[in-house]
Design a protein around this ligand. Structure first.
Ligand code: 9MR
Length: 362
């Protein structure tokens, strides 16, 4: 049987790109330039919750099977490390960091400063000096402990006001009340001083929808990073949480313009907490899974076609365990299906979408 052209090229040891290059009259595939170069794989990962990690071997296995990156979901938060004011408790964080290290997984640290998940004593701080002293000591201690091991930090999480058009731009937190907008600088400056090689990220939610407040959120994120850079304070990336509401549409143009601006500032982008809020979708599981995969595909495609994220991280792996169940319960009481594996750890269509980026096929 005669070989088809593609098979002939393969048989001759030519790649598809060599064949394309030859057809274009070029000496080699390299001459095709970067536009047709195979896309670089984008590391994929998930946040891991310690209780589930300890209790469910299938969950640990899923982390091993699917993830290049692991993010302790809650164990690097103040609530976990600083529940006792007089000492630092790294027990949960160490367990997850050790698991990642033993298994050759990269780590993201989440998060050095956040207005939530604080122990009661931290919510009761009352002076500027106290807040600054605690914040600096916290970041020094935590970043130093994992120096050279946690490569990337969400230095500040959710510091932008929900709708900055309503008296923004900064979110009302204990840090903003006591330190003003300077809390962001203090956090980045301290993290950079302790681990100059760490990648330092501003992490926040809702950069992807079409309402005016979202456009303003994107503008504020860029503005904060620009100001840091102007002052010589290192910042390396913007983390997009991407808790995507299935019932809302994406602002593709706005997203792509955001990527261009991120690039102009010399920053990277990372997807840090991806999942799909499916509370308004129809009951049928297959319909929901296809809708979620399609939404994730459109979102990632819009971003990747302008700027390749440094990592894509989902906020959990299996529908069995997700914050969405409690926060966005469905009226029909059906379980939410926000993640790439189903409740029995079987890959869903969303995983196929993510896998394409992980393998450098998109
Ligand atoms: O999923 C996290 C949940 O288990 C915690 O109870 C909660 C408070 O610490 O935080 C959740 O994770 C949040 C993340 O840290 C920041 N972005 C929003 C996430 C969902 O609430």
């Amino acid at each position: 049987m005669p070989l088809r052209k593609r098979d002939r090229d393969n048989a001759a040891g030519l790649t598809r790109r060599d064949a394309l290059a030859a057809a274009a009259g070029l000496a080699s595939a390299a001459a095709l330039g970067p536009a047709l170069a195979a896309p670089a794989p984008i590391p994929f990962g998930s946040a891991a919750q310690i209780e589930t990690f300890r209790a469910d071997p299938r969950y640990r296995q899923a982390l091993l099977t699917y993830c290049d990156v692991i993010v302790p979901m809650n164990d690097l938060k103040w609530e976990a490390i600083r529940h006792d004011r007089s000492r630092f408790d790294f027990s949960g964080a160490d367990e997850l960091v050790g698991f990642a290290e033993r298994n050759g997984k990269a780590l993201r640290g989440h998060a050095l400063l956040w207005g939530e998940a604080l122990p009661p004593w931290a919510r009761e701080m009352s002076t500027r000096a106290e807040a600054e002293r605690e914040l600096v000591e916290h970041i020094e201690t935590v970043v130093d402990r994992y120096k050279g091991r946690i490569a990337t930090w969400d230095v500040v999480n959710e510091v932008i006001k929900f709708d900055p058009l309503e008296g923004g731009p900064m979110r009302d937190t204990i840090w903003q009340r006591l330190l003003g907008p300077e809390h962001v600088e203090i956090a980045f400056r301290t993290a950079a001083r302790v681990d100059p090689k760490a990648r330092l990220v501003l992490n926040d939610f809702n950069f992807e929808e079409g309402w005016p407040g979202t456009a303003e959120r994107r503008r504020v994120a860029l503005d904060i990073c620009r100001r840091l850079k102007d002052k010589g304070i290192p910042v390396h990336g913007i983390g997009m949480q991407a808790h995507l509401y299935a019932e809302n549409s994406l602002d593709i143009d706005g997203l792509q313009a955001f990527m261009v601006e991120i690039g102009k500032l010399g920053l990277d982008v990372e997807i840090t907490e991806l999942d799909v809020i499916d509370w308004k979708l129809p009951a049928d599981a297959g319909t929901r899974d296809r809708a979620a995969a399609s939404l994730v595909g459109s979102f990632l495609n819009a971003i990747v076609s302008v700027r390749r994220p440094k990592a894509i991280v989902t906020w959990g792996l299996s529908d069995r365990y997700s914050w969405i169940h409690d926060t966005f319960p469905r009226k029909d009481k059906a379980k939410a299906r926000p993640l790439p594996l189903d409740a029995d750890f079987k890959p869903k269509p969303m995983m196929a979408v993510l896998d394409r980026y992980r393998r450098g096929r998109a």
